[in-house]
Write a protein that binds this ligand. Sequence first.
Ligand code: SF4
Ligand code: SF4
Length: 507
Amino acid sequence: MMGEPVKSKFIKLSDRVKIRKEYFGGVLFNMDTGDIIDVDREAFTVLSIIKHNELVNMDALLDMPITYKGKRINSGNIKGVIFRLADMGIIDVMPNGILSKHYRKPFQDKNLIKIKWPAHEHLSAPETVHWAVTYKCGEACPDCYIERHKSLFTKELDTQAAFNLISKIADSGVFQLAIGGGEPLMRSDLEDIVQRASEKGLVVHITTGKYEIESQRLDVLAKYIKTIQIGIRTDELINGNISTGEKLRALVTQLNERSIITGANLIMTRSSIHNFDRIIEMLVSSGFKRYTLLRYKPPNNVKRWLQEKPNQQDLELLEERLMVMQEMHTDISFRIDCALSFLERRLNPQTALYSGIRGCVAGERIISITPDGSVYPCSQLVRDIFKAGNLLNEDYKCIWYRSNVLKKYRNFREKKCFKNSSCGKCQAKLFCGGCRVFAEDAIGFDLGCPGPVCGSNFIDDEYDVIADIQDTIGYTDGGFPYATRDEIEKWLEEGTNKDYPSWINNG
Ligand code: SF4
Ligand code: SF4
């Protein structure tokens, strides 16, 4: 017999959302938008009840004695959480009407669940794993950082070993797998790899430098991947290479036809910043709508690095052009690489964290895997001293929970050399912190930062770079700096390779 029509509002957790319990509450992942949201324990408790009950009558939920730390959670708070999460597509509000009996379970005490919170104060798994499936590549782009570590890895995993690695990652609760290289399309088993990853529940993204991809390959990839990021060689666009624009237009059309979300990765060298408008206009006319701006990381060629590394004025120009382009093209979106978080340093910390800006997340929200299965805190920190383990022959949990390297990087903001640096004293440290790659010791001050933020004002004018370097080098017990002001001034004047992070040469 059909039941009575149900008039009240019903809500459910979206089928496209994964939730993961964490020490502070939980992390929510929207598989459609890629949004990742942290929620506190109260909100996570409410969400867990909704998930547990599948479909929930909102009025009944508000009447429930949901408790946290022995106190009943205020129904106004619960309502607020639900409305916010509904706005974000985390919770679906079902239309009123007749619902099947199956969903009309009365709320009883058994529907209340008891959550045991993790004891460790870090995430239970990274959100995203970056995996360079190969370092092979047919190109030799001058600004590619991979050349730095290519010679360290001659081995890459075969298909079966790649499947084992995927299982370990997926079973640990990771949400996304970002596959890159080298050139991932050089692997003939890439389709098998993405299929396995997708079937294991991972949302898969690919980064490629190829402008031409065979239709048959795209047909298969389209079934299993969410996005393709195209690494754009901006120098070709600056030189007005017409065939580049045409190839890109054809590629974007192919990808759109297969509903693969397409993005352009742009390395922010000096030249790309000075030609930013021109590059964006050309890419817009090729059909790109999503742009990821990547910081220029040190390539192998130090001379090239010194020539192309943006200075403070270049970065200010980038901020300005970014705003102009965003206003001119309201249908395109820009995403900023974690290493460029200082571009948003003027934000109020609460707004930044609420907007999901987290700055350096090495070893915490991301980890990186090299072609041989070795694990590092980030794809930029690849060297023996940064190695956390190898997923081929080690247990995932053992690496994630016990590796000292991962512990060091996920807690870098607590390290003395960071705290004493300008980054450590900066108002933006929680949602920026600088990129570890640009710190002399791969922990402290980001030497490429346009300037720390103090209170609500910039302190560029008062920023004393010599004192900062003295702080980094340290002092004798009597309080005298190991390096005098004269010595440091001389180093700065030499204008040699000092801005090229020394750990890269020394490691
Ligand atoms: S070291 Fe940190 S900021 Fe730099 S690229 Fe890696 S995760 Fe991003
Ligand atoms: S000083 Fe460090 S934390 Fe502050 S904006 Fe610059 S890089 Fe970011």
